[in-house]
Design a protein around this ligand. Structure first.
Ligand SMILES: *Cc1c(COP(=O)(O)O)cnc(C)c1O
Length: 433
């Protein structure tokens, strides 16, 4: 299947081109030319299928023309080596726990899939020395680094701002070794992002090196996020709870929720979606006024959603043919400030015993505030609360047990390369390493 650019000024791309390029040459985002409906029998039987089996059926509708069935199956099964359970939290409200992967956040699914797909394409071309560049303020770097760890032919460079990433996040991409290099930039996240962007625009560098990006606009990270919406539905169907399902998605760049909208387009019986935001409520304002006004991002305690110009917004526009009315039919939006997030984490913990992370808290609260009679609400718990240890411990006044997976990272030895924010030294480093 081919992929077109949301800007419609670039030629269509094959899956391989779209994955290797990331962004289309006209700066648009790639979209699949066709969103295939899954047959009725699939939905009738879905309660009896495993997560991996469900995901393979979904994946084959997108990638089946471009990858042999056995290879695709291997990629999907290998990616999903962990579960995404649906857990009951309160009346008619369930948590879709996406934090059981290696770095305890939902980004593991897309990053692991992309690493395997890119590894496959690179192997097919006989390439050996592909450099993946990624700038991170925390979660993306760990998911991408762990996703690509040990993938042959690929070396990953994670750029992060020195002293601005929490120690727990930092250890998840600085202790890995092998084909992962962590670069500690003396600057801000924006400086890191600028270094990566400049590298992709540098003609000299691109002539000599095979550079690619693993950020969330890549179709190979974006589309696999649809898998767990189907799996959540399957788990509810098993319990007879699958009528009138509402998915509520804590959103930053809106990649995760857009994958859910695509699942709906494939026939997944979802009643509606909610986008839950922190104070960066650009999408809420868009739904209210019909005007999309990006803003500089503001810092919050749900920091993975501190996005002032969500990159996947153009995919939502494209999916709904720019119809505000149709978008409003499928999606509503809620937003919460830090105080409200803190209150939700505390009161939910006290009344239900369930410990939310600050992102999931926005999702849970939006369901509380909007669920109608007869609806079943599922919020996506996008990360484990221990990833935001200090914030969550301050709210509850209790210490959180740190999962063994996180502890293992914390025992590793930190290895980083120091770098100033000057492009010249970064370029030289890439050429020499
Ligand atoms: C990245 C992230 C989000 C935002 O997801 P988008 O796909 O960018 O909307 C939400 N919560 C957590 C914990 C994240 O890491």
């Amino acid at each position: 299947m081919n992929y077109y650019s949301t800007n419609k000024q670039a030629p269509v791309a094959s899956l391989q081109e779209a994955v290797v390029k990331g962004l289309a040459p006209d700066k648009g985002l790639y979209m699949p030319e066709e969103i295939k409906l899954l047959p009725k029998s699939f939905y009738e039987n879905i309660g009896n299928m495993s997560f991996q089996e469900i995901a393979y059926e979904v994946a084959s509708r997108f990638f089946g023309d471009d990858i042999e069935p056995e290879t695709l199956k291997e990629i999907v099964f290998d990616t999903l080596s962990f579960d995404t359970p649906v857990v009951h939290v309160a009346d008619n409200i369930y948590s879709l726990e996406l934090f059981h992967g290696p770095t305890l956040a939902f980004k593991d699914v897309g990053a692991r899939f992309m690493a395997r797909l890119l590894g496959y394409f690179i192997g097919k071309q006989g390439q050996k020395d592909v450099k993946v560049l990624v700038a991170t303020s925390g979660d993306t770097g760990s998911a991408v680094a762990n996703g690509f760890l040990g993938v042959e032919g690929i070396h990953v460079y994670v750029l992060y701002p020195k002293g601005k990433v929490s120690p727990i996040q930092e250890c998840q991409f600085t202790t890995l070794g092998q084909n992962i290099t962590a670069i500690e930039v003396d600057g801000t996240f924006d400086d890191c992002q600028a270094l990566v962007k400049t590298a992709f625009l540098d003609a000299d560098l691109n002539k000599k090196l095979n550079l690619t990006s693993a950020n969330s606009i890549n179709v190979a990270r974006f589309l696999p996020q649809a898998f767990y919406y189907f799996h959540a539905y399957a788990q509810l169907a098993k319990q007879g709870k699958a009528d009138n399902v509402v998915f509520c998605v804590p959103s930053g760049n809106f990649g995760n929720i857009t994958a859910g909208l695509i699942a709906k387009r494939m026939g997944l019986p979802v009643k509606r979606f909610i986008a839950a935001n922190n104070r960066n409520c650009i999408f809420y304002n868009y739904l209210k006024t019909g005007e999309y006004k990006p803003q500089p991002s503001v810092q919050t305690i749900a920091n993975a959603m501190d996005v002032g110009d969500p990159s996947n917004f153009v995919r939502i526009l494209d999916l709904y043919n720019h119809s505000l009315e149709d978008i409003r039919t499928d999606i509503s939006a809620y937003w919460y400030n830090d105080d409200a997030i803190r209150k939700t984490v505390l009161s939910t913990y006290q009344t239900t015993g369930y410990l939310l992370d600050p992102h999931g808290a926005c999702g849970y609260q939006a369901l509380k505030d909007s669920l109608n009679a007869g609806e079943t609400g599922v919020f996506l718990e996008t990360a484990h609360p221990a990833k935001f240890l200090e914030t969550v411990e301050q709210i509850t006044g209790e210490s959180i047990p740190i999962p063994a997976k996180l502890q293992a990272f914390m025992q590793g030895e930190k290895q980083t390369v120091g770098m100033d924010k000057d492009f010249g030294s970064f370029k030289q480093f890439l050429m020499e390493n």
